[in-house]
Write a protein that binds this ligand. Structure first.
Ligand SMILES: Cc1ncc(COP(=O)(O)O)c(C=O)c1O
Length: 344
């Protein structure tokens, strides 16, 4: 089976498993786990932040960040297709009591004007307490549902500076920041410098089995540790899994460009097939979204022939490239899609 459903399906390699088996561990709730501590220091160094906190999932990392930056009743601005507003099951409302104010973006990004437009400016004749306080903006880089798209760094600078001018905190869902960096050459620290907090994941293209980290200033991360515990994220001998994350950071970042090459090959290959439409400009990292008339039928037919992908909307299919699919798999995947379309 060629599995292009997601980059979260990656499995630990033998080297990673050995690192995990040999990890030194302690009780992380007491900050006693040397491997978790080493991971947190390493991630903070890479991101150029004062501190980092290892958490079980990217969802928890985002949710803790929202809790840290907001008060119940606040509004959080996100791009309409952002993970926080589409795959975190109302967590922002449940955990933090906030509402989400969504901006319809372009390829997962939006402009300073769009941000300014959604933040209410009370007219002097109206009491300002009648308006939802917009206290946080959450951006996503790369942007998952938009197809692994990258925020251009200049646009990111403008939008985050506007957020500062509007008195808002800035959080980056950088689950795939490693892909953004591999494709753009912009360092994770350059991205992180524009935000108060950044969430990064080890369990996607990097291939670690578990875990994410929330990065930011020491006092913010210290406050975040309280919410990690409150949300049930205090994991004890977590060094076993943190060792996988450390291994992933040290060994699997550079190879991400291979996934990007395979995504390009696949996108150009399926674009040639009659009945398929692909916005090739949107294929910037390891995710390919392409449109067909009946995605459910095509996905089912491909699955029967040994290719797993996901339906991603009424006309869209998503294919995600990771270390689980090499160049030969990519060629085979194009042929399977072509065969499914021929029979359509
Ligand atoms: C952009 C983005 N943010 C956050 C997450 C959540 O990560 P997790 O599955 O570890 O909760 C995902 C998961 O795919 C994601 O794509």
């Amino acid at each position: 089976m060629i599995d292009l459903r997601s980059d979260t399906i990656t499995k630990p390699t033998d080297g990673m498993r050995r690192a995990m088996a040999n990890a030194l561990v302690g009780d992380d709730v007491y900050h006693d786990d040397p491997t978790v501590n080493a991971l947190e220091e390493h991630v903070a160094r890479l991101l150029g932040t004062e501190a980092a906190m290892y958490v079980p999932t990217g969802t928890m990392s985002n949710q803790v960040a929202i809790r840290v930056h907001t008060q119940p009743g606040d509004s959080v601005v996100i791009e309409a297709l952002g993970h926080i507003g589409n795959h975190e099951l109302g967590g922002a409302a449940h955990h933090s009591g906030v509402t989400l104010n969504r901006i319809q973006g372009t390829l997962g990004t939006f402009t300073t004007d769009q941000l300014v437009d959604v933040v209410p400016v009370p007219h002097p004749a109206m009491p300002s307490h009648l308006y939802d306080p917009h206290t946080l903006v959450c951006l996503e880089n790369t942007h998952n549902l938009a197809g692994g798209t990258i925020w251009p760094i200049d646009q990111l600078r403008d939008v985050t500076q506007t957020a500062v001018d509007l008195g808002m905190a800035r959080h980056l869902d950088g689950a795939r920041i490693w892909n953004a960096t591999a494709a753009s050459g912009v360092g994770p620290n350059e991205y992180a410098a524009l935000f108060d907090t950044v969430s990064v994941c080890f369990s996607k293209g990097l291939g670690a089995p578990v875990g994410s980290a929330l990065c930011g200033p020491a006092d913010t991360i210290s406050e975040a540790r309280r919410f990690k515990q409150m949300f049930g994220g205090g994991f004890r001998q977590a060094g076993i899994i943190a060792a996988g994350a450390l291994y992933a950071l040290n060994n699997n970042r550079e190879r991400l460009v291979e996934d990007h090459v395979n995504a390009q090959t696949f996108a150009h290959g399926v674009a040639e097939i009659e009945g398929v439409t692909v916005n090739l400009d949107a294929v910037q990292t390891n995710i390919v979204n392409f449109s067909v008339r009946d995605p459910g039928r095509i996905v089912d037919a491909c699955l029967t022939d040994g290719l797993a992908m996901l339906v991603n909307g009424p006309q869209e299919i998503r294919a995600v490239f990771s270390m689980e699919a090499d160049a030969a798999d990519t060629k085979k995947a194009i042929a399977i899609v072509a065969e499914a379309l021929r029979a359509d």
